[in-house]
Design a protein around this ligand. Structure first.
Ligand code: NAD
Length: 354
């Protein structure tokens, strides 16, 4: 094994989150979500986040041990308030409601407002797909996560605003999970930690000039991320603001938002029970036919058929369960620093498990 075993990383992260004041179940849930993000290859939403979460808890931006409370409860229509608690807990509680309501009514529209960071949004689509549901998820950040320049502009107005969708597939969940920005901010952090450059055409500096140096993005005044696909990503991002922010009551991105001092995620989830629409037709059989059809296209690279959404994550997960999670040295240093600051005794020195 060349990386860190998932169970070891889970242990480190759970101890850290507990040291921030979380009860055991919350610390385990946060650690599990972060490790899963690393396992599927989204390091920007994995262990790298733990020191930040602890800093937010210490600053009172993120509150430990909160549960989702019902703000709207009207059959298939539900809105929960996250009370600025850990998104990993609030998200799981809201998705459990979505599963229950979709099974009762055939579909559920579940809003989450005022949650802490909801992490890798694909995790929520996966959870619903594993319960047999088809879902779409729109997320915005009504706190200080304003990072993205609208198409045609050079300064921040929107958030990274991810969209996810999931469906049960013939060989596991089909899960699309994308930020509407050309890159997720966490990936700029990862590039900075690794001392790597960014691809051209995704980030501007504070003066609105295109840059590839991640460090320049964080200077004062800070830079902006461009939307993916120009006007298309920009338009989708505006609808993340409307669906996740305006509709749920969590609010859209705005510098004058009352929550602009803390990071707040809001999410609108539409969950559909396909068995309630099928009957005369077999939804699962059609999805299976679609996956075969897509995979049968002549590959651009001989021997490498096109991948379905979620497939690359499944492959990375298998590989990282076998070989371990390759955490960069800067992330390890930050974890060690957080452990020291919170007087967390680890049963092993962090540097030695890399
Ligand atoms: P990305 O660009 O890596 O795209 C991932 C998606 O593309 C997945 O669905 C994946 O299966 C698919 N994919 C990747 N390579 C593929 C290929 N070769 N062929 C077919 N499909 C392929 O993801 P991203 O936009 O950088 O987002 C990264 C993560 O950041 C996501 O998990 C997202 O939820 C998360 N995020 C969270 C927030 C938040 O506020 N909580 C904000 C932004 C992003």
């Amino acid at each position: 094994m060349t990386g860190i075993a998932a169970a070891t990383l889970h242990d480190v992260l759970a101890r850290l989150i507990r040291a921030g004041g979380s009860e055991r179940a919350e610390a385990e849930a946060v650690a599990a979500h972060l490790v899963e993000a690393n396992l599927v290859g989204h390091d920007s939403h994995g262990a790298i986040r733990a020191p930040k979460y602890l800093a937010w808890v210490a600053a009172g931006e993120l509150l430990a041990n909160r549960q989702a409370t019902l703000a709207v409860d009207a059959g298939p229509l539900v809105v929960v308030d996250g009370g600025f608690g850990y998104g990993q807990v609030i998200g799981a509680e809201a998705m459990a409601l979505a599963i229950g309501r979709a099974r009762t009514h055939g579909l559920a529209l579940v809003g989450i407002r005022n949650s802490g960071h909801l992490g890798r949004i694909g995790a929520w689509a996966e959870m619903l797909a594993e319960a047999g549901l088809v879902s779409v998820h729109f997320v915005n950040t009504s706190g200080y996560g304003i990072l993205v320049a609208p198409h045609g502009a050079t300064e921040r107005r929107l958030s990274a605003n991810p969209i996810a969708a999931g469906a049960p597939g013939p060989d596991g969940p089909i899960v699309l999970d994308i930020a509407t920005s050309a890159t997720a901010e966490g990936k700029i952090q990862v590039a900075r930690n690794k001392g790597e450059t960014l691809p051209p055409g995704v980030v501007l500096d504070g003066a609105g000039r295109p840059i590839t140096d991640p460090e320049a993005f964080y200077r004062d005044p800070p830079g902006a991320i461009l939307p993916f696909g120009g006007h298309k990503g920009s338009g989708l991002s505006v609808f993340c603001e409307i669906l996740a922010g305006s509709l749920t009551g969590g609010g859209s991105s705005h510098a004058a938002s009352p929550t602009a001092w803390r990071l707040v995620n809001n999410m609108l989830t539409l969950a559909i029970d396909p068995s309630r629409l099928g009957g005369a037709h077999d939804v699962g059989a059609d999805i299976a036919r679609l996956t075969d059809w897509v995979r049968s296209a002549r590959p651009a690279v001989p021997g490498e058929p096109p991948l379905l959404p979620g497939e690359i994550e499944r492959r990375t997960r298998t590989e990282r369960l076998r070989n371990g999670i390759p955490l960069d040295r800067e992330t390890m240093r930050q974890l060690a620093e957080a452990a020291a600051a919170h007087r967390v005794t680890l049963p092993f020195p962090l540097a030695e498990i890399a």
